[in-house]
Write a protein that binds this ligand. Sequence first.
Ligand SMILES: [Zn+2]
Length: 98
Amino acid sequence: MAVKPRGSVPEGSAPVSEVVATLSDGHKVKRRILHMRACNEKDEKGKLCCGHLKRWYGYGDEIGTKYGPDPEVYRCERCKTLYVPAEGEPARTRTLSF
Ligand SMILES: [Zn+2]
């Protein structure tokens, strides 16, 4: 742990993507960092996955229950970790608005 959060950044707002859920099939769901394109999941050797995050529509009911009927979900091509958009990230795909 050599990296110190800089300045007055309060704990919790550092740009790490937190695991927000683990599905019953074992797949992790992480919160994406703004404009994040590559997976930051580490393998057991501590190596970054860096897999490409792609929009994914193969989610099951579990995701639909958690994130609504038409969630924006991304999946890492390599380790299959799922990502949901960052908090406050504007949804670009909502075609139906109120
Ligand atoms: Zn990955």
